[in-house]
Write a protein of this length. Structure first.
Length: 195
């Protein structure tokens, strides 16, 4: 009987060891599974966050592009509006040059242009409508100033040194060009498009 008891005891011990090893293996497998599941969840979370960041960045970039395109469209529309306004203004310049207001300021404008050239021999170029006025306004002390008809002179006159090196452009077109930035701001402010 001793051998039979011994075999039973060995079998029980072997089963107990097997159960213990199986329990340890199961616990270890559950730990590995849990760690793997946690790592996988963490990676999936990180990947989802990365996708979300990428999506947000793409949305921000699309919004920025849309804002720029809208701003560009607004600026282009303002520029087209200003071009029409200034084209209309330019078309009125010949009539303005024939008006009493322009003619009243002509003596001072001519005197300033002649003074800028410092008494040199000069050529005054103007449209035919201003020739008589400019000849009459030419100071008697400046016989070296010739008035020449120039159909391309614009609305007003230009005074140039005889060699053409220096020119004073006193046409209404050049005045309008010099004042354009300030006038553009005023036009846009009056239309409520800019403050």
């Amino acid at each position: 009987m001793g051998l039979e008891h011994l075999l039973e005891a060995l079998e029980r011990d072997a089963k107990a060891q097997i159960e213990q090893l199986l329990a340890q293996a199961r616990a270890e497998a559950e730990g590995v599974t849990a760690a793997t599941t946690a790592a996988l969840a963490q990676r999936q979370g990180a990947a989802a966050e990365a996708r979300e960041r990428t999506r947000l960045l793409e949305v921000e970039q699309a919004v920025t592009r849309a804002r720029r395109a809208a701003r560009r469209s607004v600026l282009e529309a303002r520029e087209r509006l200003l071009e029409r306004v200034f084209a209309d203004a330019r078309s009125e310049l010949p009539a303005a040059a024939a008006g009493a207001g322009y003619r009243a300021g002509l003596p001072a404008a001519l005197a300033g242009a002649l003074a800028a050239l410092g008494g040199e021999e000069v050529v005054i170029r103007c449209p035919e409508a201003l020739v008589r006025d400019l000849e009459q306004l030419r100071p008697p002390t400046t016989p070296r100033a010739r008035v020449v008809v120039d159909p391309n002179a614009g609305s007003g006159f230009r005074v140039a040194s005889a060699d053409g090196a220096v020119e004073v452009d006193d046409t209404l077109e050049s005045r309008l060009d010099r004042l354009r930035p300030e006038l553009a701001r005023r036009v846009l402010a009056q239309l409520g498009l800019e403050s």
